[in-house]
Ligand binder design. Structure first.
Ligand code: PEP
Ligand code: MN
Length: 357
């Protein structure tokens, strides 16, 4: 159980709450989530009435925790977070090159992406590369190019940071900090980015369970940062024909057990440009709040991840289809009040016409 304490409680009152808990035989741990002060009780309290806690002076309310990721259930709705950060309704599309390559190519691509209807520009300036001999990004110059492209297009910038030191360096150039798959388990980085006060896009580690993924998000939320976007980017399985296995189970599950928005990255999820459109459709159909797609004016010339980059024209089709699929699902839900994904076929005749080859 988590106790949410009243605002403005002093140290003495907080320790009085801990004393009262001790009298009930419980051990409380004080947590800070931004302005909020919380107490986590590790013992099983499921048989105890909640008024035993709410009558303690200084306790505002209780959160019964039957999962290990309570804050991810508690916050804003996915749609509210998306509106705050992207000024749009789901599905949002975040697009851009795997790596920022030059200022001129980025400016050109950003304008094309904007024309396609994307909601944010994403490009890597600090690139985590499996091989230390591969291109590892333009660093600060890359960030400056992103900020310039953002000022020209009005698109917010999403970019990855790899270490706590880079958060400070990148702060003024980035609107949303990306934490990549390789750093999902880097708890100090998660805490730091939680404290930074900007939205965070957290990618699932390639071997993380859904619970580990949500617990990683809890680290950020506990620092008082409510604007966390999850991103499913595929997991490592025995399959070798695709770069990863895009786990859409996780999306359907997370939509049930968490209020956090979840985006899907079909680029890293498949590693194949010819599968990106199909898996984008599947992602939106199973409830994803948006997509993260690697896009390049000349995909085959992309310095990194050339096999999975798509062209702006392909991006444009994906955005149109995604909105139509989402609209169809919304119509279905409004009409039937049943889970949105159960009867897409019913919805399509009355939904905006989409031609899906
Ligand atoms: C990326 O988004 O550029 C990236 C490196 O992806 P991931 O962290 O999912 O491997
Ligand atoms: Mn990439």
């Amino acid at each position: 159980m988590i106790l949410v304490l009243k605002a403005g409680l002093g140290d003495r009152q907080m320790s009085a709450v801990l004393d009262e808990l001790a009298q009930l035989g419980l051990h409380g741990q004080l947590l800070c989530s931004g302005e909020k002060r919380l107490i986590a009780i590790s013992e099983d309290t499921s048989t105890m009435a909640s008024h035993l806690f709410t009558r303690i002076d200084g306790v505002e309310r209780t959160i019964q925790v039957n999962s290990r990721h309570p804050l991810s259930k508690e916050g804003k709705t996915a749609a509210a977070s998306i509106d705050t950060v992207f000024g749009a309704a789901p599905p949002v599309v975040v697009a851009g090159p795997c790596s920022v390559e030059s200022e001129s190519s980025l400016l050109e691509l950003a304008a094309q992406i904007k024309n396609c209807g994307a909601n944010a520009l994403r490009g890597g300036a600090y690139k985590p590369r499996t091989s230390p001999y591969d291109f590892s990004g333009l660093g600060l110059d890359g960030l400056k190019f992103l900020a310039h492209a953002s000022s020209v297009t009005g698109l917010p910038v999403v970019s990855e940071v790899l270490s706590p030191e880079q958060i400070g360096e990148a702060y003024e150039y980035i609107d949303v900090f990306q934490i990549g798959a390789r750093n999902m388990y880097n708890y100090e980085l998660l805490r730091e980015v939680g404290r930074a006060g900007k939205p965070v896009l957290l990618k699932r580690a390639m071997s993380a369970t859904v619970d580990e993924f949500l617990q990683a998000a809890e680290y950020i939320l506990l620092e008082g940062n409510e604007l966390v976007f999850l991103c499913e980017r595929g997991i490592r399985t025995f399959e070798t024909r695709t770069r990863n296995t895009l786990d859409l189970n996780s999306v359907a599950l997370i939509k049930r057990i968490s209020s956090l928005p979840i985006l899907v990255d079909p680029s890293h999820g498949t590693g194949r440009s010819d599968l990106v459109r199909t898996m984008s459709r599947a992602a939106i159909a199973c409830g994803a709040d948006g997509l993260l797609i690697e896009t390049h004016a000349n995909p085959e010339k992309s310095i990194s991840d050339a096999d999975q980059a798509i062209t702006p024209d392909e991006l444009s089709s994906i955005i149109t289809e995604s909105r139509a699929i989402k609209a169809a699902l919304t119509l279905t839900r409004d009409r039937d009040r049943t889970p949105a994904t159960s009867c897409l076929s019913d919805a399509l005749p009355s939904a905006p016409v989409v031609t899906i080859p």
